[in-house]
Design a protein around this ligand. Structure first.
Ligand code: ZN
Length: 81
């Protein structure tokens, strides 16, 4: 082992910059997600729709409840409450 191989263990400037930009992207995504959750919450209250938890069939969307029935807006899974 020479000194250059031990130096490569510490993150390079490029790696640090990549990590910083990744952290920035995650923070942006988290803020976007919170905005969508607040919007969805407001929409649910205004329309009287219940957001009833993740679809058990596809897991890609939350179940929406109206009139004693819940349905998945993604895959169409439907059952009574
Ligand atoms: Zn579904």
């Amino acid at each position: 082992m020479d000194s250059s191989s031990s130096q490569s263990r510490s993150p390079t400037r490029t790696q640090r910059e990549a990590q910083r930009s990744l952290h920035h992207r995650i923070a942006t995504l988290e803020e976007n997600q919170r905005t969508l959750e607040r919007t969805l919450h407001g929409l649910a209250i205004e329309t009287g729709v219940i957001v009833a938890g993740r679809c058990a069939r596809c897991g890609k969307a939350d179940m929406l409840g109206t009139d004693g029935m819940v349905h998945c807006p993604h895959c169409g899974n439907r059952h009574s409450l």
